[in-house]
Design a protein around this ligand. Structure first.
Ligand code: HEC
Length: 189
């Protein structure tokens, strides 16, 4: 009886440990956060554009995008936001800039934007933390506010809210920016 229990235990332990390392768990959490963040942002943008076009959607993005980032961070237990080499609201930190530059190089070498993903585990304030980034592509609908030929009234609205805006001049297929997530690794059991 005892032996059987031992054999069973030795069979079970490696499975539970290997299937879900703290790094894998953090990566999964980060992916879920990015997916839900992206979907929520798009739904919010689409609803605002439908209701009042870009002139209404700009102030909605301005107030809602940071709020949604905070909500998603709290919900998923991570720190999530978007950033870009040509930012409107959220300039990259030094490490984010290095990752974004790497993405641009990989893209120039032929890698599709949808496949530009990066992650690494680092110590942040003495705690192991997974950092993950995933590129965001530029679609036609984005060009109203991020393109090369923006309506002057729309541009004026953008500039009133973001005097240092650099997030224009994009074309469909460009990398607009990326999600950036920092997820603390849970202590190993
Ligand atoms: C109605 C205008 C509008 C449209 C359309 C729009 N955006 Fe934006 N975008 C904004 C505004 C305003 C911000 C700044 C939000 C903030 O204050 O956090 C922004 C910020 C961003 C950021 C954050 C990085 C930065 O520059 O600060 C990314 C990434 C982004 N947009 C991608 C997209 C993508 C991808 C699309 C198309 C699917 C899109 N946007 C469509 C207005 C728009």
């Amino acid at each position: 009886m005892k032996l059987r229990a031992l054999v069973l235990a030795s069979l079970l332990i490696p499975i539970t440990v290997c299937a879900d390392t703290p790094e894998q768990a953090a990566a999964q959490k980060s992916q879920e956060a990015m997916k839900e963040f992206g979907m929520t942002l798009k739904a919010t943008l689409q609803a605002a554009m439908k209701e009042g076009g870009a002139m209404q959607a700009i102030p909605v993005c301005h107030t809602e995008a940071p709020k949604i980032a905070q909500q998603m961070s709290a919900k998923h237990g991570v720190d999530i936001h978007r950033t870009s080499l040509k930012p409107r609201a959220t300039p990259p930190t030094e490490w984010e800039m290095a990752v974004l530059e790497g993405f641009e190089k990989d893209k120039a070498a032929g890698k599709p934007v949808a496949e530009l993903v990066w992650k690494e585990v680092v110590e942040v304030d003495g705690k192991p933390t997974l950092r993950m980034m995933k590129a965001i592509g530029t679609e036609d609908v984005c060009l109203t506010c991020h393109g090369a030929a923006i309506d002057p009234a729309v541009m004026a609205k953008i500039q009133a809210l973001y005097p240092h805006d650099r997030a224009t001049g994009f074309k469909a297929g460009d990398m607009r920016g990326a999600f950036s997530v920092s997820a603390p690794l849970a202590a190993a059991q």
